[in-house]
Structure formats: structure tokens, C-alpha cells
Design a protein around this ligand. Structure first.
Ligand code: GLU
Length: 289
């Protein structure tokens, strides 16, 4: 066996569709080709949207497609402590600050100065700052809810001291054909929320922690997640995590060129299976041998 570990990391918020099948099969084939391993991760930190029935359906669909993976499967909701520890590291190095603002507060601020917050991958590139200590103390005493935001400029400063300019290796392609050594520009996110008010973590934080904890060497996923890599590289460096290789792949679209979404019932693996399609037929349909 070689040192090649890749992963499939679905969110159980609906049934898997052809786009997921392509992603899972691409990761599985790559692991087989490299005599490596595929690990599975259920990304269910958003407990309001994720459902156990969808997790069961994911396992059923992947098994039917012919995939096998290492066990145990990692379920993020079982590991909130790991994300709290990572957040503590970010707090210790002064790379995060508490943000008590509501979405509306931020939208109002941006409406007054739109030139300060151009759009990034997750909406406006909002950059805030920590409150004065006495203001923060009184809000905390009132029990006011807050999120933790990454101070991207501080984190980049720290990362540059540790590892020099931030880069990642793309062996697949980004949406604009980006390939090879890519300069990471996490500034495109502004100061992103890294620990949400409700869950105490975020997709970005949980994902980079888990990739390291699961020993993932190759991250294979859709090109829609290419921009997130800029931020993930930054988090990996400041958290002292290993550097994986990235392979972003094209997205599977329907006949009209639109990406499949969880609401497209006809394209779900379950519906296709029930209509008599075979796993080989699904492979062919998404352009895999
Ligand atoms: N959970 C994410 C999704 O279902 C995938 C995240 C990743 O592969 O990094 O879109």
C-alpha cells in the first residue's frame, strides 16, 4: 500500500445525486489506482439541516455503487471537541476575534460602504475587528451571542513567518483551469466566520482538522470548492497541519448545463437505482470507465 489517502466528505442534508456519484467514484478510482485508501466523512456539523436518514441513504447509495472505504467512518458531530481545540489554538495565537454582529448589522454596514467589501466566495469580504475589552466584557456578561471570525491579515502574517508565501499544489484544475503551484490568497474571504454562533465551528475549520486527523494526503473534490482551498491552506499552516495535494474535478451537469442539486429528485442515486439503472450505467452516464 502506498501513502495515498483520499476522502469523500458528503453532508447528509439530502439524497446523493449524479454529481456526488461522480465525486465519490473519482476519489475511489484514484485510491484504487494508487493502491491507497479511501476514507469517508459525514459532514454534519449543521445539526438543523443534517438528518440521520440521509446519512443511512449515503451509505446505502455508496455501497450500491460498489465503493468500499476504511472504517470507522468519521462523523463530525461526534468530534466537536477536536474543533474546539483547534479554535483554542487560533485564539492562543491571536488569529481570531469575537464578532457580536448580526447578519443585519453587517449588511447595513456594507450598504453604507460597499467599496470596502467586494464579493468573495461566500458573499461580501467583510473585515471587522475585536471590540474594546470593556465593551466585550459587558456583552459577554449579558450573554450576547457571538461568532469567532478569523483575522485573515493576522493569520496570514503568522503563516508567512512560519512557512513563507502561502501556496498549494493543484493536480486537477480549478474553475478557470488553475493547475500546478497556486499562490493562496485567503484575503478573498475577508475575515470569515470560523466558529459559528450555533455550532462553535465551521465547515472550513472542521474540514481542515479532519483531513489532518484522517491522514488525508490527496483532497479530491468538485471545483466549486477550489476557492475554499485558499483559506484551508492558511488554516493548515497556522494550525501546524500537514499539506495535502489538491485535485479539483469538473462538475457534472444536466442536459441544460445546470449543476445537479439535492432538489433534483430524478437525478438522485436512489431514484436511478429504483428505475432500474445499474452502477455501471451510472459510471457511464458521468463519463467514467
Ligand atoms: N461536505 C461538502 C459537500 O458535501 C464537501 C466538502 C469537501 O469535500 O471539502 O459539499
Amino acid at each position: 500500500m502506498t501513502n495515498f489517502i483520499t476522502r469523500f466528505a458528503p453532508s447528509p442534508t439530502g439524497l446523493l445525486h449524479l454529481g456526488h456519484a461522480y465525486s465519490a467514484l473519482t476519489a475511489y478510482d484514484a485510491a484504487q489506482g494508487a493502491r491507497g485508501q479511501l476514507v469517508l466523512r459525514i459532514e454534519d456539523i449543521d445539526q438543523t439541516r443534517c438528518k440521520a436518514e440521509f446519512e443511512r441513504a449515503i451509505i446505502e447509495d455508496l455501497t450500491w455503487l460498489g465503493l468500499t472505504w476504511e472504517t470507522p467512518v468519521r462523523r463530525q458531530s461526534d468530534h466537536f471537541d477536536d474543533y474546539t481545540d483547534a479554535l483554542q489554538t487560533l485564539r492562543d495565537i491571536g488569529a481570531v476575534y469575537r464578532c457580536f454582529k448580526t447578519r443585519k448589522d453587517i449588511a447595513d454596514e456594507i450598504a453604507h460602504a460597499p467599496h470596502l467589501s467586494p464579493d468573495g466566495p461566500e458573499g461580501p469580504q467583510y473585515v471587522g475587528e475585536a471590540l474594546a475589552a470593556h465593551e466585550e466584557r459587558s456583552l459577554l456578561a449579558e450573554g450576547a451571542p457571538f461568532a469567532w471570525r478569523l483575522s485573515t491579515s493576522r493569520a496570514v502574517h503568522t503563516a508567512n513567518k512560519i512557512a513563507g508565501p502561502l501556496k498549494f499544489t493543484e493536480e486537477g484544475a480549478g474553475p478557470k483551469g488553475e493547475h500546478g503551484t497556486i499562490t493562496a490568497t485567503p484575503e478573498i474571504f475577508g475575515d470569515p466566520v470560523i466558529a459559528r454562533k450555533d455550532s462553535g465551528t465551521s465547515y472550513h475549520l472542521a474540514s481542515v482538522c479532519d483531513d489532518a486527523l484522517q491522514g488525508v494526503t490527496h483532497i479530491i473534490r468538485g471545483e466549486d470548492l477550489f476557492p475554499a482551498t485558499h483559506l484551508h491552506r492558511l488554516l493548515q499552516v497556522v494550525l501546524g497541519l500537514p499539506t495535502p495535494i489538491y485535485l479539483h474535478h469538473r462538475l457534472i451537469t444536466d442536459d441544460t448545463g445546470k449543476r445537479f442539486a439535492k432538489r433534483d429528485r430524478a437525478a438522485t442515486i436512489k431514484a436511478l437505482r429504483e428505475s432500474g439503472q445499474t452502477p455501471t450505467g451510472i459510471r457511464r452516464r458521468v463519463g467514467l470507465p
